[in-house]
Write a protein that binds this ligand. Structure first.
Ligand code: NAG
Length: 246
């Protein structure tokens, strides 16, 4: 099982490059949509996007087991908020991959009698819930960092100095808001991994929001957010210090 988990972790890099390509295609197709001269290019990009998406589905066959293993690990966390959020996120991610794998099996003709639209919506729901749980974790970690900072004497002096530096701004814009933003930014700066993870999850959120009709953006926004989140995914894979733990 360990070897299997290790192998699928290695294929994560390939998946992220495929994902980045897929969304870059989606974004380009959107930007070129009104350009009549580029019809050939758009057709090529569309077929590349489809190939990437289909290729990723095949590679993802092992991810259900990976997510279940991850859920087993996060169930051991001592902090109950992290335990709850991450275990729920991983279980939903596993359910998402089950739906995704079923859709793949249907597309290659292994199974026939499943409703494509329903399973695709269920996949998006699980993905959405997994993201919400991940974002809850991010907010929790950020709040913890902020409260640690406020309790630090040196930091409080720094914050007072910052607020006195621009009293006019602080008077016009609510002073509490200024202090809050300063605290937030300094907390994120001290833990870039949390900032990257939050940004990635927010970008990812636009994809199921659009799919589920909760917040309808357009193909351009979805392509752009998907591309940004894929690039952040690649950065965290190449530079593990930017990857949030646990
Ligand atoms: C939620 O976070 C975990 C751990 O960081 C990650 O493995 C998983 O891919 C995230 N879920 C989604 C849907 O991005």
């Amino acid at each position: 099982m360990d070897a299997f988990v290790k192998f699928t972790n290695q294929s994560q890099g390939r998946d992220r490059i495929f994902r980045a390509t897929q969304y870059a295609c989606a974004l380009s197709i959107y930007l070129l949509r009104n350009n009549c001269e580029k019809k050939d290019l758009v057709a090529k990009l569309k077929s590349l996007e489809t190939t990437m998406s289909a290729g990723r589905k095949l590679f993802r066959l092992g991810n259900t087991i990976n997510s279940i293993e991850a859920a087993k690990r996060t169930m051991q966390l001592s902090d109950w908020v992290l335990r709850l959020c991450l275990t729920a996120a991983n279980i939903n991610r596993a359910l998402y991959f089950i739906c995704d794998n079923a859709l793949w099996a249907r597309s290659v003709g292994l199974i026939r009698d499943i409703d494509k639209e329903r399973w695709s919506l269920n996949a998006s729901r699980c993905y959405f819930f997994s993201l919400i749980m991940n974002l809850t974790r991010d907010v929790y970690v950020i709040l913890q960092l902020m409260s640690q900072k406020v309790r630090d004497k040196h930091f409080r002096q720094k914050m007072d100095a910052h607020l006195n530096e621009s009293p006019e701004v602080a008077d016009v814009v609510v002073p509490q808001l200024d202090a809050f933003l300063f605290l937030l930014l300094e907390s994120l700066k001290s833990q870039p991994a949390v900032a990257w993870d939050t940004l990635k999850n927010i970008c990812d959120l636009f994809i199921p929001l659009d799919r589920l009709g909760i917040y309808q953006s357009n193909a351009g926004v979805v392509g752009f957010c998907g591309l940004v989140s894929s690039v952040i995914g690649i950065i965290t894979l190449v530079q593990p210090t930017f990857k949030i733990k646990p």
